[in-house]
Every structure is written in C-alpha cells, then in structure tokens.
Design a protein around this ligand. Structure first.
Ligand SMILES: C[S@@+](CC[C@H](N)C(=O)[O-])C[C@H]1O[C@@H](n2cnc3c(N)ncnc32)[C@H](O)[C@@H]1O
Length: 320
C-alpha cells in the first residue's frame, strides 16, 4: 500500500460515511465514528479501493464449486443497518456469527476497551483470514473462534448482543441460552422465501419479539443449521406458480409478476396475483408487522394460525 493509496482510502472512507448518512443507514455517533475509523480496504486485500468503499456492494471472499458465494465482506450499508438495529453500547459483550474481520473491528470500536468481541466462523480459511486481517490492523484483542455457531460460543457467554451475519433459517436454542436477559439478537432470518434482518428483544417469557426489521440478503448458514434455499411457490394439483420481478424503466423501481405452469396455470397465477395484491393493500407498510419467535421451550402457547414452523420453535408474524 503506497501513501497515495492510503490517502485515497481515507478520502473514499469519508465519502462512504457521508453516503451512509444520506441513505439513512448511519443514525448514531458511535456507528459513524467506527465506520470513519476502521480501514475497510485492509479487510479486502487485493480489491480495488473503490470496490472496498462502495457503500452498497458486498465483496465475495469465497465461493463453492458451483460458484455460489459462501463468504463475503457484507455491504457496508447492511452492516451499518444491523449495527444500528443492535444498539450496541460501550462496555458490552458481543458475539458476531460469521466472520470476515471488518464488522468485528467495527464492533470493537463501538464497545471500546471495556467491552469484548467474539467472532465465530465455521470455515477454517475464513477464520485464518479474518484473524490475520484483525492482527495486522491492530484489532488483536478480538476472539476469533472456529466453530459451527449452531452451538454459539459458550466459553465467552453471556452476550449483551448477538449479531448473525449469515442467512439463518432458525434460531438455535444455544443463542437464546447465551443471551443476557435484556439482550438483543439481530439476525437475517429466512421467512417463507424472503430474508429480513430482525432486531429481536427477549419477551420475558422465553421467546423473542421484534423491534425493527428490514430487507436484506446474506450467504446461507452452513453446518447443522443449514437448509436448502427455496422460493415461495403456490401449488394446486399438477400446476404451480411463483413470483418474479423485473425493472420498471418508467418508475426506476421494480414490478412484481407471477409465472405459472401446468394445466391450470392461468387460474393458479390469478390466485397468486390476488394474494400479492391483498398483501400490498393490507400489509405493505414498512415496519408495520410484529415478528415473534417462540422456541419450543417457551411458556407462551403458540397461536393456532399465522405460524411459520421452524425446527427449534415457530415464528409468528402479526399485523396491526
Ligand atoms: C457474510 S459472511 C460474514 C461477513 C462478516 N461478518 C464481515 O465482516 O463482513 C458469512 C459467514 O458466515 C459463515 N457461516 C456460515 N454458516 C456458519 C455457521 N454455521 N457457523 C459459523 N459461521 C458460519 C460463513 O463461513 C461466512 O464466512
């Protein structure tokens, strides 16, 4: 890295911070200060500086044999959104699930010297790489652990905050056991084919209740908690329909459509379109839903409808 590079990096970092402010992603002084401090490009060695400091683009670090991303440095935008959802304070103990180094360094800046950051990854190469980046940038007091995070990291528990940075299908019991009673989990959770980053608080009855949520995309969880990826499909007899989207050049946004196959394709497509329209009419208000997670061990009886059944519990989405 030449001096010029490092000056260019400082400039690009300042621009990224101001973009993240403009996008409404940065909302607190502590997150702004952390993003302004951590040299993001040093966690993406080899990548062009402009790519390292692009607010909205992830950088893929590792792919599987079919070319699918297994690990990435997440886009700064979603990292910041999740940090703000987590509401981390100085002195806290934080567990990051899914390592890369950069986000752990941001966490270390926010919790300060009195806090403790643990980051865990299932992939030895990623652990090695994250550890090396953290050591070379001076964040050598972070615990970088190699493990399947399905079991959390009991050695450093309890945690005030758990931030999950891989797309999870469920919330394993270990995460709840290792969370302080007034703690928070921020997790990109798969719900019927979509992923939402949800800030969950303990509900006092053994379960979790959302305070905020938003759209996101993440590489999938691996290990004991991994599942196949899917898309929501409506099936009737020998016909099926699924949702798709395309850019709308007039509005600059996206429009949703339905593709159907089979002998009753037209009817099943109509049905799917009607349910999308109903959702748009009745529920398409950002942040309007309450999402609860009820582990099997929770004292609360699960409602009889509106349940999304998971392996270790169920998700309940309700609308006002
Ligand atoms: C998006 S990357 C993490 C990005 C990182 N937080 C950063 O600083 O940009 C997701 C990571 O989750 C890891 N992962 C997936 N399943 C896991 C599991 N069961 N336990 C621990 N890590 C897992 C992957 O190996 C991958 O490195």
């Amino acid at each position: 890295m030449t001096t010029d590079d490092s000056q260019a990096a400082t400039k690009l970092r300042a621009t990224m911070v101001s973009e993240l402010h403009d996008l409404g992603a940065i909302r607190s002084e502590s997150v702004a200060a952390a993003v302004a401090t951590v040299p993001r490009h040093l966690f993406a060695p080899g990548a062009p500086l402009e790519d390292a400091y692009a607010a909205d683009n992830p950088l893929v670090i590792k792919r599987d044999v079919n070319g699918k991303a297994l690990s990435s440095m997440s886009a700064a935008h979603i990292q910041v959104v999740m940090l703000e959802q987590a509401g981390i304070e100085a002195g806290m103990r934080v567990l990051e699930i899914g390592s890369g180094g950069y986000n752990a360094a941001l966490l270390a800046e926010i919790v300060g010297e009195q806090g403790r950051v643990t980051t865990v990854d299932i992939d030895p190469e990623i652990v090695e790489r994250a550890g090396a980046c953290l050591r070379s940038t001076g964040y050598d007091h972070i615990d970088v652990v190699l493990a399947d995070a399905e079991e959390g990291v009991p050695a450093n528990a309890p945690y005030d905050r758990i931030i999950v940075t891989a797309g999870a299908w469920d919330i394993p019991p270990a995460w709840l056991e290792q969370l302080s009673p007034d703690g928070r989990i921020v997790v990109p959770l798969r719900l019927k084919g979509v992923t939402r980053t949800i800030a969950f608080y303990c509900d006092g009855e053994g379960g979790l209740i959302s305070r905020s949520y938003g759209p996101c995309g993440f590489v999938p969880f691996q290990g004991a908690g991994s599942t196949g990826r899917g898309a929501p499909v409506l099936m009737r007899g020998g016909s099926f329909a699924y949702r798709t989207s395309r850019e709308n050049e007039e509005t600059g946004g996206y429009e949703t459509g339905v593709i159907a196959h089979g002998p009753s394709a037209e009817q099943i497509a109509d049905r799917y379109v009607e349910s999308l329209r109903r959702w748009a009419r009745e529920h398409h208000r950002r942040g309007a839903a309450t999402i609860r997670y009820l582990p099997k061990s929770a004292a609360v009886p699960a409602p009889s409808s509106g349940l999304i059944i998971k392996r270790h519990g169920a998700v309940v989405v309700s609308w006002p």
